[in-house]
Design a protein around this ligand. Structure first.
Ligand code: NAG
Ligand code: NAG
Length: 371
């Protein structure tokens, strides 16, 4: 029997050791797994199969809203493609170009873990995108929970005089309300500095859409004399929101948490205070020059740069001083266009040789140094 107990003893030690190893492993995971990113962004990648239980990183409240409003989630998903496209448009000439990772539920990768200006922009434009998508879907009658703005009825007046509300006014208040409940839910589960930053920037995004609501009118009366007008409130193109938030990104204010943890203090005392319409961030950005997996930077090797530009897309800035390669490519352009009566423009396809400059990859040694 002595042998057996010996074996049992060994086994017990093994089990103990491995469970301790397991605990250590779990503990390490807890310590080193950073905050998961706002994974509702991933809804955009799911297409028509939004299954609320399968979206990693949704908090309880988000999962509930998702289950209760599958039609709204559909809009949120389609909207995500749109605001990501807008983000990429705004940053097409930048080292960080808002690129996403395929099949990665964090969508933007580890870049968003840093409380940078770029993170501030992404949180703002994603919230704006949700407001936009839901509001539009309300007006198009695609959602059970909302419709055109029911308060825009009867008579009203603007600087041109009186008018009748008519048609369909975009119900932006519903879009804002839902976006706030859904997007902000994640930040309400923790009370840390980053959550406060996200909440602030999310709000900036929501309000940016409202800022570009415009009154559209149709004239009635004798031969369109416009003595009678029917008007409705409509959202402008999302590009306007994108351009506006891009300006806010340029003017974003670096802040720190204030003493009681309820608001922000401007990091540099010489700068103006951050208002509620400014984007705020805590950490300066990496230079995004080199591939750095830990920081989520893709680097700029292979990016196209512009030799005659003096801006962020210039070869000096984009390639971080590493230099560039030039290749000559043939491009088809429209040329010799003629106006044909009536009413068409006919062009010929011309081939044109153009130089394309692309950033060199870093040399091996430099690589090893920096990563
Ligand atoms: C962004 O840059 C990366 C390399 O830094 C490139 O692979 C990617 O195609 C670019 N994405 C867009 C949308 O331009
Ligand atoms: C390069 O930059 C110049 C100056 O900003 C601009 O006029 C030109 O259109 C740019 N070229 C391309 C291909 O973007």
């Amino acid at each position: 029997g002595g042998k057996k107990t010996q074996e049992e003893g060994n086994l017990r030690i093994l089990v103990l050791a491995s469970s301790r190893l397991y605990c250590t492993f779990v503990l390490l995971l807890l310590i080193f797994t950073p905050r998961v990113d706002s994974s509702w962004w991933y809804i955009g990648a799911l297409g028509a199969r939004v299954i609320c239980d399968n979206i990693p990183g949704l908090v309880n409240k988000q999962r509930q809203l998702c289950q209760r409003h599958p039609d709204i989630m559909q809009s949120v998903g389609e909207g995500a493609k749109e605001w990501i496209r807008e983000c990429q448009h705004q940053f097409r000439y930048h080292r960080w170009n808002c690129s996403t990772l395929d099949r990665d539920h964090t969508v933007f990768g580890r870049v968003m873990l840093r409380s940078s200006r770029e993170a501030a922009f992404v949180y703002a434009i994603s919230s704006a995108g949700v407001v936009y998508a839901i509001t539009r879907a309300c007006s198009q009658g695609e959602l059970k929970a909302c419709n055109c703005d029911p308060n825009k009825r009867g008579r009203d007046r603007d600087d041109k005089g009186e008018f009748d509300w008519g048609g369909c006014s975009d119900n932006i208040n519903y879009g804002i309300k839902f976006a706030k409940a859904f997007v902000d839910a994640k930040e309400k589960t923790v009370k840390d500095a980053r959550a406060l930053m996200n909440l602030h920037n999310n709000r900036c995004g929501r309000m940016a859409v409202k800022r570009f609501m415009k009154l559209e009118c149709k004239c009635h009366g004798v031969s369109g004399s416009c003595t009678l007008r029917t008007c409705w409130l409509a959202m402008s193109d999302f590009r306007k929101t994108g351009d506006y938030l891009r300006k806010k990104y340029n003017g974003a204010v670096e802040v720190t948490m204030n003493q009681d943890g309820t608001g922000f203090t401007v990091a540099n005392k010489n700068f103006r205070k951050a208002t509620k319409n400014d984007l705020v961030y805590f950490e300066n950005s990496p230079d995004y020059c080199l591939m750095d997996k830990a920081a989520g930077s893709l680097g700029t090797a292979g990016r196209i740069c512009n030799k005659s530009s003096r801006g962020t897309d210039s070869c000096e800035v984009m390639c971080c001083g590493r230099g560039y390669d030039t290749t000559r490519v043939n491009r088809i352009t429209k040329c010799e266009c003629k106006f044909k009566w009536c009413c068409a423009v006919e062009c010929r396809d011309c081939e044109e040789a153009v130089d394309v400059h692309t950033c060199k990859a870093p040399k091996r040694a430099e690589w090893a140094d920096q990563t």
